[in-house]
Ligand binder design. Structure first.
Ligand code: ADP
Ligand code: MG
Ligand code: ZN
Length: 488
């Protein structure tokens, strides 16, 4: 546990690969999982004499992301070379943006109890990805050798740098979850942390009580490339404990880069930050400044979809419970499905409750998302219409939905085929009510003596006689009427 003597300070750097057809500065295909080095050309291999040409669509996706994170977009930004040596970087520099990133000063809203806390975004910049080393063996140290795959070299990335505004592992998890949800609504990336299309470095420090200096000056640890949101949380929790233990023993925190060992749940030292880290950035001479014109920016802004935060508000206003809202908003295809039903019905509560129970179960059984559902939004609304009109019961509707999923046919077809029309006609049920009361004189007497449970038994008898087809509401009403009438 952390002592009250410190406050936890966390800032995250998140890399997101953009879902473009081709790479950032060449026309090689941007796709994951191909045979090594099959998606390369002289540009991304860094051969001499080639020139980079900026991918327009990458700029579009990056700007969309910057806007959705509420950033200010610079109308003129530029590219720089970040120089370092590593075998996965054939040019020995990475084209990135240094002092003039395309986006700055945004925020991601996260839940903080009933309030919303804004985690500030310091900057978002564009850069190209490096290649990938495949170690022959468990890890770099024990490897017999390493193979270089340059398919990823030159893939467009955005790096989203937060301010150190998170105060716990839980807040970091919330921030990442919300960031991923926002980006998923924009459809700018695959966002697969296990495949590396979203990667996170976590900066962690402990601020002593009464510390007056700048947060930037606190010795912090940067945990590199953690591969899931859950593990980012674990890595931060581990760091908090480790640093608190050191401080309580009067030791200093060393500014360093650490890795996270998933199996052991521990971070380990990779390199001390005191060494080098001087990238000698300088302006990329082969690319002109990136100029974004006003009218284009206005167009992109106008094309942004409704974001999770706005959807939360809209769904709450429509009367949905917060837990349901949260589950729905997590997944953009769920929201899109729900959104489409709203053009056919006002009963958003019924829709969401069927979506989150039976629809979700049936989709999960088949490994499908809401965007692949054999039952369309309109089909679901039609089914709910049969319940609302009293034609079928909720129980019958479940059976119909199963059939609709299997066959892709409409609710109307199955209600008819299963002979399900519910009996709602008073005159058809009155005679049977009289018979049930006559057959069960003792139960009727019990009911009149105040045994409420006897009523349920009588309802059950009616359902049995009608093979479940009587409308439970009509049966309830007719039984009550008959019991009261006879009592007089
Ligand atoms: P570097 O080049 O060292 O990675 P960056 O400027 O790219 O530096 O990123 C700095 C990151 O560290 C930001 O996400 C910022 O929020 C975070 N950070 C700054 N000060 C602290 C601190 N005291 N504790 C934790 N994180 C911090
Ligand atoms: Mg950094
Ligand atoms: Zn290429």
């Amino acid at each position: 546990m952390v002592d009250e003597a410190y406050r936890v300070v966390v800032g995250l750097e998140v890399h997101v690969e953009l879902k473009t057809r081709t790479k950032l500065f060449c026309r090689c295909v941007n796709a994951f999982g191909s045979a090594p080095n099959t998606q390369t050309c002289p540009v991304c291999l860094g051969l001499p004499g080639v020139l980079p040409v900026l991918n327009r669509n990458a700029v579009y996706l990056a700007v969309k992301a910057g806007m959705a994170l509420h950033c200010t977009i610079r109308s003129v930004s530029k590219f720089d070379r970040k120089q370092y040596f590593y075998p996965d970087l054939p040019k020995a520099y990475q084209i990135s943006q240094y002092d003039l990133p395309f986006a700055e000063w945004g925020f991601v809203p996260i839940a903080d109890g009933a309030e919303v806390k804004r985690i500030r975004i310091r900057r978002v910049h564009m850069e190209e990805d490096a290649g990938k080393l495949n170690h022959i063996g468990q890890n770099l140290k024990e490897a017999e050798g390493s193979l270089v795959d340059l398919n990823r070299a030159g893939v467009p990335l955005i790096e989203i740098v937060s301010e150190p505004d998170m105060g716990s592992a839980e807040e970091a998890r919330r921030y990442l979850t919300e960031l991923r949800t926002i980006l998923s609504y924009l459809d700018v990336s695959d966002l697969r942390m296990e495949e590396g299309s979203m990667r996170c470095d976590a900066n962690v420090s402990l601020k002593p009580r009464g510390y007056q200096g700048s947060l930037e000056d606190l010795p912090r640890v940067e945990v590199k490339n953690v591969n899931s949101i859950r593990n980012v949380g674990r890595a931060i929790e581990y760091e908090i404990e480790r640093q608190a233990a050191r401080l309580s023993q009067g030791e200093r925190i060393i500014k360093e880069t650490r890795g996270f060992d998933d199996g052991r749940g521990r971070t380990y030292s990779q390199r001390s930050k005191e060494e080098a880290n001087d990238y000698r950035y300088f302006p990329e001479p082969d690319l002109p400044p990136l100029v974004l014109d006003e009218s284009w920016l206005t167009e992109v802004q106008a094309s942004l979809p409704l974001l999770p935060e706005a959807w939360r508000e809209r769904l709450r206003d429509l009367g949905l419970a917060s837990q349901d809202v949260e589950v729905l908003v997590q997944d953009r295809v769920q929201v899109a499905f729900l959104s489409e039903t709203l053009s056919f019905t006002d009963d958003v509560r019924a829709v969401s409750s069927w979506m989150l129970s039976d629809m979700l179960r049936l989709l999960n059984e088949r490994g499908l998302g809401f965007d692949q559902s054999p039952v369309s939004p309109k089909d679901l609304v039609d089914l709910l219409g049969f319940i609302a009109d009293g034609k079928i019961s909720g129980r019958m509707a479940k059976e119909v939905l199963d059939k609709m999923f299997e066959s892709g046919e409409s609710a109307a077809v199955w209600v008819k085929r299963l002979g399900m029309a519910q009996i709602t006609d008073d005159s058809l049920l009155r005679g049977q009510v009289a018979e049930v009361l006559a057959e069960h004189g003792k139960v009727v007497a019990d009911y009149r003596a105040g045994k409420e449970r006897a009523f349920g038994f009588l309802v059950g008898q009616m359902m049995k006689r009608t093979q479940g087809q009587a409308s439970p509401e009509v049966v309830n009403r007719l039984l009550k009427e008959a019991l009261e009438f006879d009592a007089q």
